[in-house]
Write a protein that binds this ligand. Sequence first.
Ligand code: OAD
Length: 258
Amino acid sequence: MTTDVQERIAHATAILGEARRVVVLTGAGVSAESGVPTFRGERGLWRSYRPEELATPEAFRRDPALVWEWYQWRRGLIAECAPNPGHHALARLALQRDGVILVTQNVDGLHHRAAREEAGRLGTADPEPAFPLEVHGAIHRDRCSGCSRVTDATPGEEPGPPRCVSCASPLRPDVVWFGESLDPTVIGAAQQAALDADVCLVAGTSALVYPAAGLPELTLRAGGAVVEVNVGSTPVTDAATVSLHGPSGEILPLIVGG
Ligand code: OAD
């Protein structure tokens, strides 16, 4: 590790250590070391698949079986993955300190799994079911496309989506698709946390998909600091107070303590 990198890590650690309120924003890169594919980048899902054919309400209306099959494939893939040291470091941060709010764009549930595991290890209470704030939903739940009833994800390889037991409309994964609005309560809480935060720690996101991508900017405009962890550069990099280039599974445990 060069002196410059060590200094940046020390700077980020100090900023986070001194902060009273921390908001963390994560993206697909945080789960990359767990084996969950990211969306963009060389091996990202959007290189092989077209989002408009798989992740929009129009796609689901046009070909529900194709969309369902793709999500069942992703669910199977995620079921094989486990949280990595980055998830665990963030889980310890959230469990051990007051004033930490974790916001994720990820639908894989790995932050919650890590927090349950860490709570067991630390002997603390289990994380709230609503931890973290999942602004793009959760792949381990289904939601009725008609009456919006939410249930656990349907297992199995049946072709096409199952029907809702209440209203018989097709079930869909409980995730946000392109062209859909985010849950205003969830994104509203995330935006308020970003405005209130002394520091926004942003890890493993390309920071391209709004409104989530706007959270670091909210913290900066309110006078807070931004620490970025990413293997590459993003629209946040130049504005960040400290930018750390490298895998989040290695860097997050170094800067969040615990
Ligand atoms: P992306 O796939 O757009 O970006 C992943 C980011 O993680 C990139 O900036 C990579 O450089 C970085 N990265 C990759 N591996 C990393 C590692 N090991 N450590 C640190 N950084 C790493 O994923 P998101 O930003 O999460 O939305 O994408 C945002 C949204 O776009 C997703 O929630 C999804 C997608 O379309 C919906 O489906 C609505």
